[in-house]
Write a protein that binds this ligand. Structure first.
Ligand SMILES: [Zn+2]
Length: 139
């Protein structure tokens, strides 16, 4: 089995709705994403998938949607309304879910599948240097 991995970082703000603790406050992270692809065979170029194409597609989507954006639960109307009055604010809404590291890793997994036409082996998303969440498509 072959495995390839790309890695990139992005900066986002978020908070967890209904959370009892510090994560209830708006704050930000420099996230580090790792996307793993696996294949038992290689294409005619000897690749699992072209690194450049993979990174371009995923990183571009993240740059346009999550980087320097505020990630919110769609039910967090207090924060959405508050930020809505400010200029230069980008919001990305998660439908009825908190923008937790776990939810974000699943969203990135699904977006990779959609954009690249291949389901990743897994997506690992680091929220800080010592904690991450992974999603591998298994329920
Ligand atoms: Zn956080």
């Amino acid at each position: 089995m072959y495995q390839i991995r790309i890695e990139f970082t992005f900066d986002s703000g978020h908070r967890l709705l209904d959370y009892n603790g510090k994560c209830a406050y708006p704050h930000g992270h420099t996230y580090r994403a790792e996307v793993f692809l696996e294949s038992s065979s290689l294409n005619e170029l000897g690749l699992v998938y072209d690194f450049t194409n993979l990174k371009d597609q995923i990183k571009n989507w993240v740059d346009e949607n999550w980087d320097h954006s505020f990630l919110v639960n769609s039910r967090d109307t207090e924060l959405i309304d508050g930020l809505g009055g400010a200029s230069f604010v980008r919001l990305f809404k998660f439908e009825d879910e908190n923008p937790s590291c776990e939810v974000m890793s699943r969203a990135l997994y699904k977006k990779t599948s959609e954009l690249c036409g291949i389901a990743p082996a897994k997506v690992r998303l680091w929220e800080s240097v010592n904690q991450y969440a992974e999603y591998s498509g298994q329920d």
